[in-house]
Write a protein that binds this ligand. Structure first.
Ligand code: ATP
Length: 306
């Protein structure tokens, strides 16, 4: 029995790892929309995490040589800080996240996590250290519980419930025909954009990686649900000292970040706290003013839950 169980346990953990990396691949291929494989350097070592400091040093990058998306982008996110990347559509916000996952290598400059160039560490250890709530989360034709548990396949029912509670979707799940056992997807219940986003947040909280990205993670939620979900997320980030990067168009969801990076035309146009940028900036200040005007008299129609 012993002789048999050792290789089976081993296979079990390989299987779990494989499933975990399949999940990451899936969410991330979705994030990048193309299939690119970056390989480990021959000398690659596992990433050694200290606090999760992220550093971009003069990073330039383009998907194609003739069109650069980022030009000499530099910034540092101290360990445990929450930062936001904002800017016009298509300016390269999600690209920054893709580069951090090393879906692509930079053309010049470097990206460091806790002082290690991400090209010198194994891709597996890098992706293990990071979790993301992507713009569009794939769901499996399976139960709600299964979809959440994909964040960490050995999680208990209680752990699944706990993250669903913190992701503000517990009450919604309770109203589904079979609760956590309700099947979703093509052959089951069709769920809304806002429900999908909260399932994605549940998954991320269950994975509980040291570095967390939120790419328009709450954009389909109504304001009240979004506000309380963000409060919960902020509480978790603070309590666990997680390093986080938020990409968002709605500035009121990120104005409390430790640092806001404003990207425009592929360069860092401005950087600072909300107050610093409102007082002294130009790009952010005008984005903020425009959104303030929009929100007078209630929520714009586009903000209602899908
Ligand atoms: P949004 O706010 O609309 O989500 P963004 O700032 O996150 O936009 P990115 O997704 O980073 O923008 O894209 C930056 C630019 O790179 C865009 O012009 C986009 O069309 C282009 N781009 C993104 N992915 C690829 C790709 N795989 N191949 C070629 N070009 C790409």
């Amino acid at each position: 029995v012993f002789q048999l169980s050792v290789p089976l346990n081993f296979l079990g953990s390989v299987y779990r790892e494989l499933r975990q990396s399949l999940l990451d691949m899936e969410t991330l291929f979705n994030l990048q929309k193309v299939n690119v494989s970056v390989k480990d350097a021959p000398h690659a070592k596992p990433l050694v995490l200290k606090g999760g400091e992220i550093r971009f040093e003069n990073v330039s990058f383009g998907y194609h040589h003739e069109r650069k998306i980022l030009h000499n982008v530099s910034f540092t996110i101290p360990a445990g800080h929450k930062i936001a990347v904002v800017g016009p559509s298509g300016c390269g916000k999600s690209t920054i996240l893709r580069l951090l996952f090393r879906y692509y290598d930079v053309d010049s400059g470097r990206i460091l996590i806790d002082g290690q160039d991400i090209r010198d560490v194994t891709v597996e250890s890098l992706r293990q250290a990071i979790g993301v709530v992507p713009q569009d989360t794939p769901l499996f034709n399976n139960t709600i519980a299964h979809n959440i548990r994909y964040g960490r396949t050995d999680a208990s029912d209680e752990e699944v419930r706990a993250v669903a509670r913190r992701a503000r979707i517990e009450d919604t799940i309770a109203k589904f025909p079979d609760g956590y056992q309700t099947k979703v997807g093509e052959r089951g219940l069709m769920i809304s954009g806002g429900e999908k986003q909260r399932l994605a947040v549940s998954r991320l909280l269950l994975k509980d990686p040291p570095i967390m990205f939120f790419d328009e993670a709450t954009s389909a939620l109504d304001t009240a649900t979004e506000t309380s979900l963000l409060q919960n997320i902020n509480g978790i980030l603070k309590e666990k000292q997680r390093t986080s990067v938020f990409v968002a168009h709605r500035l009121r969801t990120i104005f409390d970040s430790d640092q806001i990076i404003v990207l425009k035309d592929g360069v860092v146009a401005e950087q600072g706290t909300h107050q610093e940028l409102v007082d002294g900036g130009t790009v952010y200040a005008s984005m903020w003013a425009a959104q303030e005007v929009l929100s007078v008299g209630g929520e714009p129609a586009a903000e209602k839950e899908a």
